[in-house]
Design a protein around this ligand. Structure first.
Ligand code: THU
Length: 130
């Protein structure tokens, strides 16, 4: 996996953030098991609740193109370290596995790596419904 490339794509995607209300830009990039990268930014709404986070934008793009497994996801926001919200953690959970890498990006050279288990322990997922 080319981690730097994935991180660069998240940083690039952040520039497209549509966040006139919070003024808080977030970018995300998803690497799929088919080795393709999909990017996303947060998209806000004047009605507020329709707002979608960068992570879910990127995941929706990947899944709607037929992808089903996320190998890695990189996230970068306007705080020093921007971690995925609870809803996004659950959505990552849907398409992740034990090896999925979650990269929280401060800059191209500074980032932290986590597993899904780190960010969403004792989770509920697709297996529970089998
Ligand atoms: N946001 C994301 O896009 N991802 C996160 O992980 C945290 C929050 C967005 C939602 C909203 O547009 C803005 O950041 C402030 O909450």
């Amino acid at each position: 996996m080319n981690k730097k490339q994935l991180i660069e794509k998240a940083i690039e995607a952040k520039k497209n953030s549509y966040s006139p209300y919070s003024k808080f830009k977030v970018g995300a990039s998803v690497l799929t098991e088919n080795n393709k990268i999909y990017t996303g930014c947060n998209i806000e709404s004047a009605a507020f609740s329709p707002t979608i986070c960068a992570e879910r934008t990127a995941i929706a793009k990947a899944i709607s193109e037929g992808e089903r497994k996320i190998s890695a996801i990189a996230v970068v926001g306007d705080s020093e370290w921007t971690y995925p919200c609870g809803v996004c953690r659950q959505v990552i959970r849907e398409f992740a596995d034990n090896n999925t890498l979650i990269i929280i990006v401060k800059s191209i050279d500074e980032y932290r790596e986590y597993s899904l288990e780190d960010l969403l322990p004792y989770s509920f997922g697709p297996e529970d419904l089998k």
